[in-house]
Design a protein around this ligand. Structure first.
Ligand SMILES: Cc1ncc(COP(=O)(O)O)c(C=O)c1O
Length: 365
């Protein structure tokens, strides 16, 4: 693990040296935003630090419910429930929705927390090749299960591709399936208002349950599920990673609420992220690099061999650019990669320096 001194930002101190940070999920630069920090400090003054208990005992404090109200309005759903992390939310929601009589249809490139959640649910798991809707439909057609649940990332965390939700939504009514959408990397990023993958496609559908994280573009920590009130009520009593854990510190909720306000009031932030993403991709174009046709701010540079990838990551760091190498089991064998994530707060000079270093380092190998 690399040690970061000081706060997250477009440039960070790693091992005593200033470097351009291109592997953080703080996509909008809100983790160190002065208003977000002030909201956390104010909440600490008013509510103290710890929450003292789980939500169902005595840890349910005003900032928790205020954040849920904010998320519900942001997402345009009937209700929302905050979880302690995306990992908790996936485990809790998927295992509450699916049981022994359920078939879960899961994209092969779904996040590890979804994989673990499916196992924990004890449902039968059917995996389909990444974003392959024909294959998914063939599985749904064959299924005799009483209850069917499709699970997908909205933006695939290691590829930067977007799940084809427009096609997937057509399968829901046809096969009587529900959809659990993990919008960890789309929340605050995709769609005009940063509301996620459904906004990106213009989809409104009652059988879609949305999960999002608060630790990535929202710049805080934690996660949420946004859906019908009926489902949220069920999760409150049935999602074990919600029931049996101490509630988030109230200051974390206050910071997340402030960040959601900032996103709502500053649509230019999302535009800046898109502009920086375009700029970076144009800068790398024509180099013969395999970026898997990334459609978002997450840009993999596939380098193949795991050892070589980690060496390139180290060389880049020596040149003042921090891009973490990602290798199996996080990604399939022989697809190790440098996973670049662009943020709204990188300057064009930062991006130019990174593009130069990448061309030199990956080009040499
Ligand atoms: C797609 C996806 N889902 C869930 C998670 C887990 O979220 P958290 O970091 O809040 O536990 C992550 C990343 O961490 C992710 O990339």
């Amino acid at each position: 693990m690399k040690l970061i001194e000081g706060p997250q930002g477009p440039r960070v101190i790693v091992d005593g040296r200033e470097t351009i940070l291109l592997c953080s999920n703080d996509y909008l630069g809100l983790a160190n935003d002065p208003c977000v920090k002030a909201a956390a400090v104010e909440a600490i003054k008013k509510y103290g630090f710890g929450s003292g208990a789980s939500r169902l005992v005595s840890g349910n404090m005003e900032p928790h419910e205020a954040l849920e109200e904010k998320i519900k309005n942001f997402k345009g759903t009937e209700a929302a429930l905050v979880f302690n992390s995306g990992y908790h939310a996936n485990l809790g929601c998927i295992s509450a929705l699916a049981g022994r009589s359920t078939e879960v249809f899961s994209d092969r490139l779904n996040h590890a927390s979804i994989v673990d959640a499916c196992i924990l649910s004890r449902a039968a798991i059917k995996r389909y090749p990444n974003r392959n809707m024909d294959f998914l439909e063939s599985l749904l057609k064959k299924s005799k299960a009483k209850s069917k649940l499709i699970v997908t990332d909205g933006v695939f965390s290691m590829d930067g591709s977007i799940a084809p939700l427009d096609d997937m939504a057509c399968l829901l009514d046809k096969y009587g399936a529900m959809l659990f959408l993990d919008d960890a990397h789309a929340t605050g990023v995709l769609g005009k208002g940063g509301k996620g993958t459904l906004e990106h496609f213009g989809i409104v559908h009652p059988s879609i349950i949305q999960m999002g994280t608060l630790g990535k573009a929202i710049g805080a920590f934690g996660a949420f599920v946004a859906s019908s009130k009926e489902l949220i009520d069920l999760l409150v009593s049935k999602a074990r990673p919600f029931v049996y854990t101490t509630a988030l510190p109230p200051s974390v909720c206050a910071a997340a609420s402030k960040a959601i306000d900032i996103i709502g009031q500053n649509p230019d932030l999302i535009e800046l992220l898109r502009d920086n993403t375009r700029y970076f991709k144009n800068g790398l174009a024509g180099q013969g690099l395999n970026t898997l046709g990334s459609a978002t701010h997450i840009i993999p540079i596939v380098t193949g061999d795991a050892k070589k990838t980690m060496e390139m990551s180290a060389t880049l760091l020596e040149k003042g650019v921090f891009i973490q190498g990602i290798r199996p089991p996080t990604v399939p064998e022989n697809t190790s990669r440098l996973r670049v994530s662009i943020t709204a707060v990188h300057s064009k000079e930062d991006l130019d320096s990174a593009i130069f270093a990448i061309k030199e380092t990956v080009g040499e190998n």
